[in-house]
Write a protein that binds this ligand. Sequence first.
Ligand SMILES: [Zn+2]
Length: 191
Amino acid sequence: MQGKTHMGIGAAVALLIARKQPGIDTTAMMTIGAAVGALIPDLDHDKSKISNLLPVKNKLFKKLCYVLIGAILVSAGYSYKLKYLYFGALYIALLGFAHHRGFTHSLLALGIISVAVLSLRDHNLWFYNGLVIGYVSHLISDMFTKRGIELFFPCKKNIRFIITMTTGGKIEAVLNYAVTILIVFLVSRYI
Ligand SMILES: [Zn+2]
């Protein structure tokens, strides 16, 4: 599934969940968090929307950067006694060796990243909630594609729903229109 579809679905789900919230600021933070969270799993794909945003393109150099970032997080976690950062380091280290739709698309990764960003919860609960919602929406959406995902990684079995669609196909295009209309409708309630 394409990055824009994931972002749209993540944002729409967050808007639906937050629709009972009176404040536009909390809804906005949750929606932004969901749009970001919905892109994170595809960091394991070199041509994904989020990977294209990274300044490093070379595969080996990218792996080295992940190792470096992981080491910085471990050292910062030790120095500042922030135990959540260790989980961030673990996520990034495993990401460095991940194949597409493997680790990052699993319940294991969802658990690790949820804990890794737990410190956000104290300062920005809505962004944190949105991030996790977006991540979950990505995993569920990819299970509607023919390839499926390794949901129970390290178990290699690809998990998908009975009804599937082709990435970038006509059904996804229709889905994009539907999600856009839903987002416009849900946002218009705040205007
Ligand atoms: Zn994906």
